[in-house]
Design a protein around this ligand. Structure first.
Ligand code: ATP
Length: 235
């Protein structure tokens, strides 16, 4: 579904991605794990073309997308849930969800998807008239995921959804990510520092270090890999 071929991305003269290659098949949950500053966010930003790769190729269903404007990439079905959530704090929960559907005009489908995200996260239904900024961190993460789902993405890019959340909320969020993957057949690319949880729900994973992919395998093999355990799983 998505293929990165030798992607190099920069911030000014700083080379943040030094030739990243990876692939994601339709229906998979893929995780990208790595330390602070390894290049995880930049990988997602490069796919969304918020950071434009200077070299290499990004193909979606075989079609190059690294030269397309970010809004066209969204329209093709690739949607990002950014790190730190970035919901609209002044807008209500419901208005935030409507913003996620701004490219659509199928009223009936939008209504169905609102009902679906409210069934995933009943607390959002309870708080639908409340402004986003008054929600807890966990609720804002739920809203950010729901807003992305309102675009009916084929590929959901998630940047550290567990960041700053209590363990019980993190478990809930990861359960829901798995559910979305199964029920909606949404392919998921999950960037995480919380490797332990990410590898529990992922099919396969990649390890990124200092702008390079250093390891890839199925999730079970990564979970039992000694180097991964030592560096990322605290074992
Ligand atoms: P984190 O877990 O801290 O978000 P990350 O793995 O997502 O880390 P990136 O944010 O992709 O890492 O950063 C990769 C490299 O690019 C780092 O060396 C970082 O300092 C640098 N970098 C990231 N954003 C910028 C920016 N806006 N300007 C300059 N350098 C940046």
């Amino acid at each position: 579904m998505l293929e990165l071929k030798q992607v190099h991305s920069y911030y000014g003269n700083i080379e943040a991605l030094k030739g990243i290659s990876l692939e994601i098949k339709e229906g998979e949950i893929i995780t990208l794990i790595g330390a602070n500053g390894a290049g995880k966010t930049t990988t997602l930003m490069s796919i969304s073309n918020i950071v434009e790769p200077r070299q290499g190729e990004i193909l979606f269903h075989g079609k190059p997308i690294h030269t397309l404007p970010a809004e066209e990439i969204v329209a093709m079905g690739i949607c990002q849930v950014p790190e730190g959530r970035h919901i609209f704090p002044q807008l209500t929960v419901r208005e935030n969800l409507d913003m996620g559907a701004f490219l659509r005009n199928d009223k009936q489908g939008i209504k169905q998807d609102i009902d679906y995200v409210y069934s995933l996260f009943p607390i959002l239904a309870e708080r639908s008239g409340q402004s986003g900024g008054t929600l807890s961190g966990g609720e804002q993460q739920m809203l950010a995921i729901s807003r992305a789902l309102m675009a009916r993405p084929k590929l959901l890019l998630m940047d550290e959804p567990s960041m700053g959340l209590a363990p019980i909320i993190i478990s809930q969020i990861f359960d829901i990510i798995k559910k979305i993957n199964k029920e909606q057949n949404t392919t998921i690319f999950l960037v995480e520092q919380n490797a332990n949880q990410a590898l529990q729900i992922a099919d396969r994973g990649y390890v990124i270090e200092n702008g390079y992919i250093t390891l890839t395998d199925n999730a079970e093999a990564l979970r039992t890999n000694e180097a991964v355990q030592k560096a990322y799983l605290g074992i």
